[in-house]
Ligand binder design. Sequence first.
Ligand SMILES: *Cc1c(COP(=O)(O)O)cnc(C)c1O
Length: 365
Amino acid sequence: MSDLVDKLICENLKALKPYESARRIFAGGDSDSETWLNANESPFANDFNINTAHFNRYPDCQPPKVLLPYAEYAGVQADQLLISRGADEGIELLIRTFCTPGKDSILICPPTYGMYAISAETCNVGIEKAPLNDDFSLDMPALCAYQGKVNLVFICSPNNPTGTSIGKAQLKQILAHFADSALVVVDEAYIEFDANNTWSKELAHYPNLVILRTLSKAFALAGLRCGFTLANSEVIQSIMKVIAPYPVPEPVAQVAAQALSQNGLKQMAEQVEYLQQQKQWVKQQLSQFPALELVGDDKANFILFRHPQKQSLMDYLVANAVLIRDQSKQINLDNCLRITLGTQQQNEKLLALMASFFTQQEKSA
Ligand SMILES: *Cc1c(COP(=O)(O)O)cnc(C)c1O
């Protein structure tokens, strides 16, 4: 590093490694020639129209054409909703709004989504950990011991990458336990795949409840960068102090509005149903491979499994242009790989490659 950059860069960023997103790991790839099953994206690329008539104007900070239909879809009031550049920006805004750098901390329950910790680190906010139990349920005593020591508690449900959802009774207990000391942030990025377990209808009962949502997964719009924070209006108003003046670009608002139309919602529901069926079939096929152990649960659009030869399997798939995600560096996930459900054709390709990999292994053994 140059002397000047070294002198100026924030102390807390010196040792920080940027988030290894699925797209960064295989940067410059091509989703037409490769099969991408590594980022929990939807395999469907839906059509939208763009009207350029007002591109010379700054957009609404919170465009009503997105806010109102999403509020209705989620069953919340418009003043309980914030639109941001993906749920990832929602995570960062929560940390910047409710944690003082160098002083406050967040609580996470690994193995879980990586961005909570990355965002906290970039903001010089502390990270406390209450790792999940061996069955990926919450370690309630460990978690509750952080009362008064953290400002935000991040709970991902369905959890990425374990596919497990948190039970209502447990979450109620957590909300009550942290009622006077922390916001409990339930990340519902995959909620359309486990729709009965949403907490969005409960905002009125829990002033410290915050919910994160996104159009990146079930709505098949990861490229759009559009997410939502659902919370009581005081929380939303506080975040509005921190958010950029024009966080939702006009083309994003136009596409999001179409995705949230009646037709858009119907299409999303059909595509979710398709992926749910693929999931059952792929799971059943995977379970027949030698020494392969399905791990966690199936509440989202991906499947996690463990295999002692995970590295050579992964290398074999990459060599054949099929990308999945290595999760083995996370706590309790040694030898684990994660597959995002694709189209039937993509899933068949993956399974055929895995079958030939295991046949080769048998022969060489
Ligand atoms: C994908 C994902 C996000 C990020 O959503 P964006 O809206 O694309 O930023 C947030 N949380 C979890 C658990 C995710 O898996």
